[in-house]
Design a protein around this ligand. Structure first.
Ligand SMILES: NC(=O)C1=CN([C@@H]2O[C@H](COP(=O)(O)OP(=O)(O)OC[C@H]3O[C@@H](n4cnc5c(N)ncnc54)[C@H](OP(=O)(O)O)[C@@H]3O)[C@@H](O)[C@H]2O)C=CC1
Ligand SMILES: CCCCCCCCCCCCCCCC(=O)[C@@H](N)CO
Length: 304
């Protein structure tokens, strides 16, 4: 069957995508930095494939997707020479760090943009070249609900994830004649090692605002992502809030597969006005969270 490449495939959502793909019998390459985690993921995904009786090959590459371009170019070449042309690229490597805007160091700001945005650009450019030759392919970007709605504490992260959306819209127009589709995934909070890490330093405001969209399992986000990508939908999300926010933000998103996206299109036509009204109340509730936490801090300072 087809050959997929997943960045961020050693953990969280990316790893769940890898299991899903392996069960479907595809060959897969996992890309991440930490070699020990890659080895562990390799074993797990291989055993999923063999349990499912699927014959796909699994391999790993250790690379920093925000690192030097030559390494990325050779990574894609090596992967393709051993497994054949990449049919589907899932850009899942990324990370979040929440803090007040003015406290973000220039190094962290650069890292947030480099890993969450530029990292997806470089590898996708390489893969698109070969997909165009093959005249087929699927490209997935992992944005976030926080890429559609800027969230307190996520200034730089939301900007990087939002930039992916515009990139995807434009790229979708470029690659359409080559039978290549683009999907953007917008996960809400998802229970992963990365999520656990970001929670260690997350301001309470970010936590309360984010959790209003719920907490999901990586397997659920991943299986929706794979389904939506395989049918060529531009948008993939989970949960009620995910549905409402993507409906509200759809604007001029492309519709590549009208049959598959008709229900979403209908919802956009019929519900946008209603969701815009509801959004006012939700925004008020976010303002209230910020105001209350601000007052609590002032009060605790005074009592010191
Ligand atoms: N979990 C959540 O709540 C949400 C997550 N997302 C997005 O989903 C994606 C996956 O998140 P999640 O599963 O939680 O993250 P995890 O931290 O659990 O996994 C991240 C994966 O990306 C890899 N990675 C990170 N940085 C790089 C890099 N510079 N180069 C290569 N690989 C890298 C990690 O491996 P290694 O560190 O070894 O390189 C790991 O395999 C991210 O883009 C995230 O922003 C979006 C919305 C919500
Ligand atoms: C009518 C409109 C309804 C809209 C309701 C929207 C509520 C959205 C809340 C924002 C959720 C942001 C989650 C970010 C998760 C994330 O990216 C991090 N966990 C990164 O790891």
């Amino acid at each position: 069957m087809n050959f997929w490449q997943i960045t961020g495939g050693s953990s969280g959502i990316g790893l769940s995508v890898a299991h899903d793909v392996a069960r479907r019998g595809a060959s897969v390459t996992l890309v991440a930095r930490n070699v020990a985690n890659l080895e562990k993921a390799l074993e797990e995904v291989r055993s999923t494939a063999s349990r499912a009786g699927a014959g796909g090959k699994v391999q790993t590459f250790s690379a920093d997707i925000s690192g030097n371009q030559e390494q990325i170019v050779s990574l894609v070449k090596d992967a393709e020479s051993s497994q054949g042309p990449i049919y589907m690229l899932v850009n899942c490597a990324g990370f979040a760090r929440a803090m007040k805007f003015e406290d973000i160091s220039p190094q962290l700001a650069k890292q947030l943009i480099d890993v969450n945005f530029t990292g997806s650009v470089i590898i996708t450019q390489e893969v698109v070249r070969s997909m165009k030759q093959q005249q087929e392919g699927i490209i997935v970007f992992t944005s976030s609900l926080g890429g559609l709605l800027g969230v307190y504490g996520f200034t730089l992260y939301s900007a990087a994830k939002g930039a992916l959306v515009k990139l995807a819209e434009a790229l979708c127009q470029e690659v359409k004649p080559y039978n290549i589709t683009v999907t953007v995934c917008y996960p809400p909070d998802t229970d992963t090692p990365g999520f656990e890490e970001e929670n260690k330093t997350k301001p309470i405001e970010t936590k309360l605002i984010s959790e209003s969209a719920g907490l999901f399992k990586a397997d659920e986000v991943a299986s929706k992502l794979v389904k939506d990508a395989l049918r060529g939908s531009f948008c993939s999300t989970v949960g009620m809030e995910g549905f409402m926010l993507t409906t509200l933000c759809a604007g001029m998103w492309p519709i590549a597969n009208f049959a598959a996206e008709f229900a979403a299109f209908l919802a956009q036509i019929l519900l946008t006005w209603l969701f815009r009204i509801i959004s006012l109340f939700i925004l008020w509730s976010f303002d209230r969270i910020v105001r209350q936490e601000h007052q609590k801090r002032l009060a605790s300072k005074k009592s010191e």
